[in-house]
Design a protein around this ligand. Structure first.
Ligand SMILES: Nc1ncnc2c1ncn2[C@@H]1O[C@H](COP(=O)(O)OP(=O)(O)OP(=O)(O)O)[C@@H](O)[C@H]1O
Ligand SMILES: [Mg+2]
Length: 199
């Protein structure tokens, strides 16, 4: 396809390894998946702050934030959800080239979405973190008030209520936010990430 469009790649002079060396750590993508309200954003942003305080380059791609800009043109149809994940995976791949530790916090409810992200990013750079929490607890938390609206039928295709969530089969890390305190969850994710990105 690239050759039909006459699109070539320009090879620069600064490479990923150079940037990683400058940063003092490797880069990779940590893909958080789980129900709405399970704790993806809360944990990812706490970990981002901890890594920043350690002088590390980390960045959170958050589902809520990218839908305002990069993916502001996308709906929640199946095709648009796929495109949403594809764009995030491509952007986080670029950030990985830039030496950044990426944390992507998206419900990403279907295996095919996570599989696509893994394929785009490359399996060597992709770690799946499953943030699990029983639906009843997520619903009780109802951080955004969307579960109530979904139960009332005011939001269609809501994951856990009227759209399915496919449990990851072989996640690299599982965090159960109904059984752990936030501090414990944050600490475990941080240690996991440090274990993967340290030289
Ligand atoms: N161990 C824990 N880890 C993370 N969050 C927790 C934990 N225990 C309780 N919580 C609470 O659960 C809620 C999680 O909300 P959060 O917005 O992080 O979910 P989310 O997975 O990002 O949802 P969404 O997919 O809708 O963006 C917060 O109110 C948080 O304080
Ligand atoms: Mg969130």
């Amino acid at each position: 396809m690239s050759s039909e469009r006459n699109v070539l790649k320009y090879r620069g002079k600064v490479f990923r390894g150079d940037r990683e060396k400058l940063n003092g750590h490797r880069s990779a993508v940590f893909w958080f998946t789980g129900l709405s309200g399970s704790g993806k954003s809360t944990i990812a942003h706490e970990v981002e702050k901890k890594l920043f305080d350690l002088s590390m380059r980390a960045y959170v791609f958050d589902g809520d934030n990218v839908r305002h800009g990069l993916c502001g043109d996308l709906s929640f149809s199946p095709a648009a959800r796929t495109e949403n994940i594809r764009r995030i995976a491509e952007v986080s791949k670029l950030f990985t080239e830039n030496g950044t530790i990426c944390m992507c916090a998206f419900i990403s409810p279907l295996k095919k979405y996570r599989q696509m992200a893994r394929e785009i990013i490359g399996k060597m750079d992709f770690y799946e973190i499953y943030i699990t929490c029983p639906l009843e607890v997520c619903e009780r938390r109802d951080v955004k008030g969307y579960y109530k609206l979904a139960r009332e039928g005011k939001i269609k295709n809501y994951t856990g209520i009227s759209a399915s969530y496919e449990t990851p089969e072989a996640p690299d890390l599982v965090i159960d936010t109904d059984k752990e305190t936030l501090e414990e969850s944050v600490g475990r994710v941080k240690e996991f990430i440090l274990g993967k990105i340290s030289f």
